[in-house]
Design a binder for this molecule. Structure first.
Ligand SMILES: Cc1ncc(C[n+]2csc(CCOP(=O)(O)OP(=O)(O)O)c2C)c(N)n1
Length: 658
């Protein structure tokens, strides 16, 4: 192998050597520990060390990097004390996740590292969001994100590169093409010669770099990083390298042809470089031994410290408390001055006021800029806030939710508008796996509100009518809000945006232009997690939310003899269980009405809660009224039959007579 040592100075030559050697020495120790059964799992990066070393030595310590499972060199380059890494891998207190997540699945703001989630792809979009925050603040900082060639087959790769290119974000997409994704060779992973060739398709500059040649990695990345800081833009870089050990240690490498392995063993990035340095009189055998001994000594001391640390201890209270970022919600009172406005206008007002109040708030969604969104909620926003903060996005829900996560990591706030709540399925992975879990995993909040225009009754068929709150209420880490009135919608949306945690905000489309209330004119909050008792009675507790509230009001209007407590939940997570249970204890009967289909919804969980906690107060079966277990049909008569609304009156009367 040829190393162009004339392109770097002698100090850098040694820095690069040490940058590769340290992770190698640590790994060798880990492999011994693994054989002794002292650690459980290891993803080896042996043979790939030149990439992390060469890239990292071009990044400033305040530039974010998003590494993968084989990038130990990223962590050692940022000089994280080794005992902290060891404790992370042992699930102990001085790790980065309080024993909640394993291996390299952690991030740390202190070191500007955002570790992967197992799903590989979402971090590419997260890098977009981090870079967007830098760009919006005019900071000349870049963001580097790693992926394997396997990860490039995920839709997230395409989405993230496309967004980065359309928005000209300073992201370095570093693909470590190491020949295999688990047992899958590259020719079964993609059908083009080089992954870098895809750059053309994204309108993006791309490079191929010999990932086993640390001088080439360093010098080419030096040019690239300096240029990107000056002229922010995304770059796709394919590092050609090889995975020399199994996917993880237990899985072996039987499927790798011997000659291929032998070829890459000869191209070891450290051994070849050592030889070149020695030939150039830049390194001696003594230096080599001295460095190795130094690292081994460091490992020994830090491992001892980690081994001596006690197993993690926690309580149920501590675990529950870390699911969300704690904060004191502001209680901003509503003004007495009101305007009688539509639900849709109240949402728009809340968003506009939140944008005025928070300079760091960005709205993203399809057609939200000049067009004003399909429901015209952000109409005119561009004039006031500009296209940088009211961002039209390509059609790529996963990358945009991930980018919102990245904005939050880099100290911004985001509201993402799903054009229709149904399309959230295309952004489901980062919501339930990234936003929802990140605070519990490594104490990072996701300051993101996802707006969800939802619901049926508008003849829009199976893909524009769903109310899919139950996909999210079952996921710890998300808050779920579902207003039924314009004044609540405004106060709750402001609260959701003020809240540093991820909030799924459901807005029923059928209410947008049909429901009007007296809405206070100021910037006020309505507390999340508090139900509203709309009517008081003593025979039945009718518990519902969203459009169901209006169906209930209509039925009660026509049945004034029924004495009913009508509870509008307003928030589904957190759920106001106290309001539900105290009402049912009073009335002795409960009917839960939801627009969603029957199985596995909010109604079944509330029903279970009531059965458990109000058993002795019940005078009848806990009744639920839901939609039929079919997709939402299009034709009016079918949709009416589908919705629980048509069955509510009878169910209520039957329960009253029980
Ligand atoms: C969405 C998803 N599918 C499958 C997996 C299982 N998995 C973990 S790593 C991996 C291979 C990744 O290959 P590559 O991206 O090339 O990285 P490498 O391991 O080679 O460094 C697979 C299939 C996963 N973690 N996430």
């Amino acid at each position: 192998m040829e190393f162009q040592l004339d392109k770097i100075n002698p100090t850098k030559a040694i820095d690069l050597y040490r940058g590769m050697l340290k992770p190698r020495v640590i790994e060798n120790k880990m492999l011994t520990l693994l054989r002794q059964g002292k650690i459980s799992k290891w993803f080896s990066g042996i043979g790939q060390e030149a990439i992390a070393a060469g890239v990292m030595q071009n990044l400033n310590n305040d530039e974010y990097v998003l590494p993968m499972h084989r990038n130990l060199g990223v962590f050692t380059s940022r000089e994280i004390p080794l005992y902290r890494l060891f404790e992370q891998w042992q699930g102990k207190a001085n790790g980065f996740t309080k024993g909640r997540d394993r291996s390299f699945h952690f991030g740390t703001q202190e070191y500007h590292i955002v570790g992967m989630i197992s799903h590989l792809g979402p971090q590419l979009g997260v890098a977009d969001g981090i870079a967007l925050a830098h760009k919006l603040r005019n900071e000349k900082k870049l963001t580097a994100v790693f992926t394997g060639e396997g990860g490039t087959s995920e839709g997230d790769f395409h989405e993230a590169l496309n967004v980065a290119s359309v928005w000209q974000l300073p992201v370095l997409f570093c693909v470590e093409n190491n020949g295999y994704g688990l047992s899958t060779p590259t020719n079964e992973q993609y059908n083009c010669e080089n992954i870098a060739d895809r750059g053309v398709g994204y309108g993006m500059e791309s490079h191929i770099i010999d990932g086993n040649n640390v001088v080439e990695v360093f010098t080419k990345m030096k040019e690239i990083t300096e240029s990107v800081r000056e002229n922010p833009r995304p770059i796709l870089i394919e590092f050609k390298t090889f995975r020399r050990r199994g996917h993880e240690e237990a899985s072996g490498t039987k499927y790798v042809p011997e000659d291929l392995m032998a070829y890459w063993e000869k191209r070891d990035p450290i051994e070849n470089y050592e030889k070149a340095l020695m030939d150039a009189d830049l390194l001696t055998k003594e230096d080599q031994k001295k460095f190795t001994d130094e690292f081994n000594e460091e490992i020994k001391t830090h491992l001892k410290k980690a081994n001596n640390a006690p197993p993690i201890e926690s309580s149920i209270e501590e675990e529950l408390a870390d699911v969300y970022q704690g904060f004191e919600p502001k209680n901003l009172p509503a003004s007495t001055e009101t305007n009688h406005i539509r639900f849709v206008d109240a949402i728009s007002e809340a968003l506009k006021m939140a944008m005025q109040k928070n300079d760091n708030l960005v709205i993203m969604g399809q057609d939200v800029a000049d067009y004003g969104g399909v429901f015209k909620i952000t109409e005119g926003f561009v004039d006031e806030f500009g296209k940088e903060r009211v961002r039209n996005t390509p059609i790529c829900e996963s990358a945009i939710v991930s980018a919102a996560m990245g904005l939050s990591i880099n100290k911004m706030k985001a509201v993402v508008e799903m054009q229709f709540g149904d399309f959230v399925s295309s952004g489901f992975n980062p919501i339930v796996n990234y936003l929802a879990k990140i605070h519990y995993r490594w104490n990072q909040n996701a300051d993101v509100v996802v707006r969800m225009p939802c619901g049926a009754g508008v003849g829009a068929g199976p893909f524009h009518s769903q109310t899919n709150e139950a996909w999210f209420t079952k996921t710890p880490g998300l808050k779920v809000v579902y207003p039924a009135f314009a004044d609540d919608a405004k106060g709750l949306l402001i609260s959701a945006i003020e809240d540093p945690n991820p909030v799924m905000f459901f807005e029923h489309k059928a209410l947008y232009r049909s429901q009007r209330s007296d809405v206070p004119t100021n910037y006020y909050t309505t507390e999340l997690g508090k139900a509203n008792l709309l009517k008081e009675g003593d025979k039945i507790s009718l518990i519902t939310f969203g459009a169901g509230v209006h169906w209930a009001l209509e039925v009660l209007e026509n049945n004034s003899d029924l004495s009913v407590d009508l509870i509008d939940l307003r928030s589904l997570s957190p759920l106001d269980t106290e309001a539900i249970l105290s009402s049912v204890r009073k009335t002795g009967k409960a009917l839960i009405l939801q627009e969603d289909t029957s199985f596995g919804g909010v109604a079944s969980d509330i029903s279970a809660l009531i059965s458990k906690h109000c058993f002795e107060s019940l005078d009848g079966p806990v009744e639920t009224v839901t939609s039929l277990p079919t997709p939402v049909p299009f034709a009016g008569q079918l949709e009416d039959q589908f919705l629980g609304k048509s069955r509510l009156e009878k169910a209520l009367i039957d329960l009253a007579n029980y």
